[in-house]
Design a protein around this ligand. Structure first.
Ligand code: ADP
Ligand code: MG
Length: 300
């Protein structure tokens, strides 16, 4: 059994007193289980990538009170694996997208999601952390709270994250030397070899929002590298004529994203106001509501 396959068959095992119940997600290097101890239910992420997981644990701890990420519980070693225990979220945004009609969220949902996602990124960037892997499947929703099934957006998967500057603002290198030119969904600057910076997280969020709106981003990523890069460049040079029809209504947001650079500090309230401006009759800051009927989730 390969290391990664073995990671998927651990239901029933016990880690730190928590019994792994259900596999809730898996990626290239890890698996995430729901796990319970008495009435306490959490998520446990297991991975063989020790360094990535240690960075992720440290970042979750730093952001414990931020309301931007799942709450950190513990870090542990389990056989050959490294584990993180954290708050169990409900769905990730990509799983919901795959289950909804037309595989596209409605406009009010897109607006509320984008607004909250920006709030998450603002908290992350305030600690001089850059996420570098912003995509729909790395955003999750908290467990619905009663009354009304309100949920909040959380950003997770800090495996590729990096603290890019110290408290004095001196830039810090990442000795993992990750190559972001190979990441298809990288923002424009990293795709041409620049170090990813906070504005690139926001650029990646703007791609995730198109995808959430029903634009065939997966198809776009299959373009020859040069054409894909040109398209990302055009999104910055000429958003009016490049932003896909599904998110033309969010042009105020896309125009601000195209103006971001690494010198001028990001004005998050400006960005959030631009999201609000896209749909005047919906309060972008109002809560998202998650209902599930016959296994079919609905996010409004
Ligand atoms: N705290 C959590 N609660 C519930 N599900 C989670 C949690 N963290 C991750 N997942 C699920 O597991 C998947 C993989 O986790 P992630 O941290 O993104 O790992 P990877 O580095 O393998 O992508 C996510 O897309 C999500 O569906
Ligand atoms: Mg992930």
């Amino acid at each position: 059994m390969s290391g990664s396959h073995a990671l998927l068959t651990l239901s029933g095992d016990t880690i730190r007193g928590y019994r792994l119940s259900q596999l809730v997600g898996s990626g290239s290097y890890g698996a995430v289980y729901s796990a319970s101890s008495g009435s306490d239910v959490i998520a446990i992420k297991l991975s063989c990538q020790e360094k990535d997981l240690a960075i992720e644990a440290s970042i979750l701890q730093q952001l414990y009170y931020s309301n931007a990420v799942p709450r950190f519980h513990f870090m542990n070693k389990y056989g050959a694996y490294h584990t993180i225990g954290m708050e169990l979220l409900s769905y990730d945004m990509e799983s919901i997208r795959q289950k909804i009609d037309w595989m596209a969220f409605e406009r009010p949902t897109l607006i509320k999601f984008t607004y909250q996602a920006l709030t998450c990124l603002e908290a992350v960037h305030a600690l001089k952390i850059v996420h570098r892997d912003v995509k729909l499947s790395n955003f999750g929703l908290t467990q619905p709270t009663t009354p009304g099934n309100r949920v909040a957006v959380r950003l997770f998967d800090f495996g590729l994250s990096h603290t890019y500057a110290d408290a004095d603002g001196n830039l810090l290198d990442d000795d993992r030397n990750l190559d972001f030119t190979k990441m298809k969904y990288a923002a424009y600057d990293p795709s041409i070899g620049c170090d990813p910076m906070p504005k690139d997280d926001i650029c990646q969020l703007s791609y995730a929002v198109m995808y959430a709106a029903g634009f065939d981003f997966a198809q776009q990523l299959k373009l020859p590298a040069k054409d894909l890069s040109n398209w990302k460049g055009e999104m910055i040079r000429d958003p009016v004529n490049t932003v896909p029809p599904q998110v033309q209504f969010m042009l105020p947001f896309y125009e601000l994203v195209s103006d971001l650079n690494d010198i001028i500090p990001i004005n998050y309230s400006h960005l959030k106001q631009s999201v609000q401006d896209c749909l005047k009759d919906v309060d972008a800051a109002s809560a998202l509501i998650l209902t599930v009927e016959d296994g079919q989730p609905q996010l409004t």
